[in-house]
Design a binder for this molecule. Structure first.
Ligand code: 4NP
Length: 158
């Protein structure tokens, strides 16, 4: 089974949303994929997603309240096929733990799924208002559509 990890800094705002959105789409399409998320920091280990992320997800009929924060670890390179990061600092922090080129090749900016090779960042909504969360949702929703299309075309080729 394919496996995908979403990574941000705290694992309470952006990456849990990305996890919830992708899981929802995979379920709707009947695709079996392992989806998880993690933060590069240990700031919010064991915590629920940020209230604003949970509320935003619920507005889109996605419940992420059961998710809990965890920190990215080197072993994740062995467990996951693809590791999607939200911004440049996530990218640098994850790459710093890579052991070889194979590990590095698994890591990509999630927005490269819709804007290839730009390495654009999903803005950190933590210090902003609620509008920031809807903006993040829209960016992640489009990116996850692209990921699902790729997963579906891979499935059809097998
Ligand atoms: P996230 O947002 O990386 O999207 O989960 C943040 C959450 C917490 C902090 C920063 C960003 N923080 O500094 O605690």
């Amino acid at each position: 089974m394919k496996s995908i990890l979403m990574v941000c800094l705290g694992n309470i705002c952006r990456s849990p949303l990305a996890e919830g959105i992708l899981k929802d789409k995979c379920k709707q399409h009947g695709i079996s994929v392992k989806v998880d998320s993690a933060g590069t920091s240990n700031f919010h280990v064991g915590e629920m997603p940020d209230k604003r992320s949970m509320e935003n997800a619920l507005m889109h009929n996605i419940d992420i309240s059961a998710l809990r924060g965890r920190q990215f670890k080197v072993k994740d390179f062995d467990v996951f096929d693809m590791i999607y990061v939200m911004d440049e600092s996530n990218y640098q922090n994850v790459i710093a733990l890579a052991r070889n080129q194979n590990d590095i090749d698994k890591v990509d900016y999630i927005l490269n799924q819709i804007q290839p090779n730009i390495n654009a960042s999903v803005p950190d909504p933590y210090y902003g208002g609620e509008h920031g969360f809807e903006n993040v949702f829209q960016l992640l929703n489009k990116s996850c559509n692209a990921i699902v299309e790729k997963l579906l075309s891979n499935t059809n080729q097998q």
